[in-house]
Design a protein around this ligand. Structure first.
Ligand code: ADP
Ligand code: UDP
Length: 240
């Protein structure tokens, strides 16, 4: 167990605060009790959300690490804080989809819930002012968001993460519909999975009932977010 304490606040985003630690290569992350949707248009304070996203994200990063995927996660420090490796974030949201939902269903006029014949990876530029636009490989290359080999590596890594998480959730009776990843480079140049993996960034449906166990309950006013996240956390940790 490492001891690390929060130093200077380096960044405050919509969902998390990042603090410096005594070690320049490591950051302390505190999740926030705040929920936003539709690019910040919908906004609410939700007590308890930070703890649940912190715990679920820690758990999912540990699942990936155990399967040999390099992530920024080092350890959970308390029920509020986690220690991560500092990276330079690639400003892309890498989305993997197994089943139609959300913006994909809307854009292509599809019903939600149709199982795709193969998993699809799409890239969105991380830019709130532009509404995180979907971008083709050529658009990303010409605008120099990434190189050709880098895009291939990101797709391959994202699909690898998908295989692991899909199986992990399926074991708990949950379907991984889609999710978003962020990647970054460590000081030593290693490409690793960063940011968070939580019900804020994944769509998760009960296999039998299709009940939503993710942020869509907040986006679409379908029920209580903390109760939903607590239910998900219990299913992951206690199998109920
Ligand atoms: P946003 O910036 O979209 O409001 P958050 O509140 O989740 O989102 O803020 C966390 C920020 O920290 C994100 O911009 C994310 O890209 C960045 N980040 C995540 N993990 C790391 C890391 N290991 N090192 C540096 N930056 C990170
Ligand atoms: N997602 C995310 N952050 C974003 C946008 C999307 O974590 O800024 C996640 C979202 O929770 C879902 C997946 O990425 O699991 C695909 O989202 P989609 O493109 O369908 O967008 P949305 O419907 O959320 O606008």
């Amino acid at each position: 167990m490492t001891t690390a304490s929060a130093g200077e606040l380096l960044y405050e985003g919509k969902a998390k605060k990042l603090y410096a630690t005594e070690d320049g290569d490591r950051l302390l992350v505190r999740y926030k009790d705040e929920a936003t949707a539709y690019n910040g248009e919908k906004h609410a304070m939700i007590p308890g959300k930070s703890r649940l996203n912190h715990e679920i994200s820690s758990l999912l990063f540990s699942v990936l690490e155990a399967k040999g995927v390099s992530t920024h996660f080092i350890e959970r420090l308390s029920d509020k804080e986690q220690l991560v490796r500092k990276v330079t974030i690639i400003p892309l949201e890498v989305v993997v989809r197994n089943v139609t939902a959300g913006s994909f269903a809307k854009r292509f006029g599809q019903e939600e819930g149709i199982v795709l014949p193969f998993s699809v990876v799409d890239f969105h530029v991380k830019d709130d002012a532009l509404g995180d636009p979907l971008a083709t490989d050529d658009q990303l290359l010409v605008l120099q968001y990434a190189g050709k080999g880098e895009l291939e590596t990101l797709k391959q890594r994202a699909l690898e993460v998908n295989d692991i998480l899909k199986e992990y959730f399926a074991d708990k009776g949950i379907t991984l519909i889609d999710f978003k990843l962020e990647f970054g480079y460590t000081e030593a140049g290693e490409l690793i999975v960063a940011d968070e993996i939580s019900p804020d960034t994944c769509r998760l449906w009960d296999q039998k009932t299709n009940e939503k166990l993710d942020k869509d309950v907040f986006r679409r006013d379908l029920g209580s977010l903390p109760e939903t996240y607590e239910k998900l956390y219990k299913r992951l940790t206690e199998g109920k």
